[in-house]
Ligand binder design. Structure first.
Ligand SMILES: NC(=O)c1ccc[n+]([C@@H]2O[C@H](COP(=O)([O-])OP(=O)(O)OC[C@H]3O[C@@H](n4cnc5c(N)ncnc54)[C@H](OP(=O)(O)O)[C@@H]3O)[C@@H](O)[C@H]2O)c1
Length: 293
C-alpha cells in the first residue's frame, strides 16, 4: 500500500489516479478542509493528517509499504511555511516512515536543489533530499524541472489564449526543458513499480529545451496568430503569477536547465511529452472552457 502525501495537489492527484488505475492501493493523507472527494471517488483510502502534526504521520505510515510525497508549502501561506512544512514536515514524514518499517520513500524535489540556492524552498528540497538519503530507507528522489502547467501554461498560455499580451521576465532567452506533469507522474509510478528506481535521483525534464520566446512562438503556431510580448525586470509583477512565486520566475532568467533526459525516459519506458503537443492540447482545453455567446 502506498501512502501519498500531497494528493490534493495537481501532481499528487495524477499520481493517485495512475496508481489506482494499476490496482495499487493508495492511502491519501489529507488535511481537514482540503477537497479530497475526488481522491475518495477514485478509490483512495483517506486519512486525516498534516505534515505539521507528527502523530498524524506516524499513524498514516502504519502498514504502508511505500511513501510518496509531493506536498509543499508554496501558495499555502499562514503557518504552512517552508520551515514548518518543507523542512520540518518532510523530515518528520521520513522519520515516521522509517520508524513504521516502510520499505521505500519517494520524495518530490526539484531539479537543481541546492543548499546554496537563494530560494528558501529550493534549499529546503536539498535538505530533505540529504535527510532521506541518510535515513536508511530505500529512496527515490524525483527532481523535475519546471512544469509546463505551472510556467508556460500560466505565463504564456493563459494570457495568449485570452487575447492579452504576454509578460516575460528579462530577455526570455534562457533555455529550460519544461516537463509535463503527466510525465512526472509516470516517473512516480516507475518509482513504485520499477526496482531500477531504487536509490536513484531522477532528474526529469521535457524532451525540448526552449526559451520563453520559443514558448511564445509555439503558442503563436497553436493559435495561428501573433502574440504581443512585453518584457519586465526580474521581480516585477507578472499577470496571473502569484507574488510568492515571482522570485522563482525571476530565477529562471538567471540559468539554463537544458539537460537531456531522453536516456532516462527510455530507461523507464516513458514517452516524454513535447512542448508543442502539450501546448496544442492545452489550447484546445482552454478554448473549450471559454463560454460561447
Ligand atoms: N510546479 C512546478 O513547476 C514544480 C517544479 C518542480 C518541482 N515541483 C514540486 O512538485 C510537487 C507537486 O507540485 P503540485 O503543483 O502538485 O503541488 P501543490 O499544488 O502546491 O500542492 C501541494 C500539496 O501539498 C499539500 N500540503 C501543503 N501543506 C501541507 C501540510 N502542512 N500537510 C500536508 N499536506 C500539505 C497540499 O494539501 P492541501 O490541499 O491540504 O493544501 C497539496 O496537496 C511539489 O513538491 C513541488 O515543489 C513543482
Amino acid at each position: 500500500m502506498v501512502l501519498l502525501v500531497g494528493g490534493t495537489g495537481p501532481l499528487g492527484g495524477r499520481i493517485a489516479r495512475e496508481l489506482l488505475s494499476r490496482g495499487v492501493k493508495v492511502r491519501a493523507l489529507c488535511r481537514a478542509g482540503s477537497g479530497h472527494a475526488m481522491l475518495r471517488r477514485m478509490g483512495a483510502e483517506i486519512v486525516m493528517g498534516d505534515l505539521k502534526d507528527r502523530a498524524s504521520l506516524s499513524s498514516a505510515c502504519a502498514g504502508a509499504d511505500i511513501v510518496i510525497t509531493t506536498a509543499n508549502s508554496v501558495r499555502r501561506g499562514g503557518d504552512d511555511t517552508v520551515e514548518a512544512v518543507d523542512v520540518n514536515g518532510t523530515r518528520a514524514l521520513i522519520d515516521s516512515a522509517r520508524e513504521a518499517g516502510v520499505d521505500r520513500f519517494v520524495y518530490t524535489s526539484v531539479w537543481g536543489a541546492s543548499m546554496e540556492s537563494p530560494i528558501a524552498l529550493v534549499r529546503a528540497k536539498a535538505e530533505s533530499e540529504a535527510h532521506l538519503k541518510a535515513s536508511g530507507l530505500t529512496w527515490t528522489v524525483l527532481a523535475p524541472n519546471a512544469f509546463m502547467e505551472s510556467w508556460p501554461g500560466v505565463v504564456v498560455g493563459a494570457p495568449a489564449v485570452a487575447g492579452r499580451e504576454v509578460v516575460i521576465v528579462g530577455e526570455g532567452r534562457r533555455r529550460h526543458a519544461f516537463v509535463a506533469e503527466h510525465d512526472v507522474a509516470q516517473f512516480a509510478v516507475a518509482a513504485v513499480t520499477n526496482d531500477a528506481a531504487r536509490d536513484r535521483h531522477l532528474a526529469i525534464g521535457g524532451p525540448d529545451a526552449v526559451t520563453w520566446l520559443d514558448v511564445v512562438r509555439t503558442y503563436e503556431e497553436a493559435l495561428s496568430r501573433p502574440i504581443p510580448v512585453r518584457h519586465v525586470a526580474p521581480g516585477e509583477a507578472v499577470p496571473g503569477v502569484p507574488p510568492e512565486v515571482l522570485p522563482l520566475l525571476a530565477a529562471y532568467d538567471t540559468f539554463d536547465s537544458d539537460f537531456d533526459t531522453r536516456a532516462l525516459a527510455t530507461e523507464f519506458g516513458i514517452a516524454s511529452t513535447p512542448l508543442a503537443a502539450w501546448v496544442r492540447a492545452s489550447v484546445a482545453t482552454m478554448r473549450s472552457r471559454v463560454p460561447r455567446v
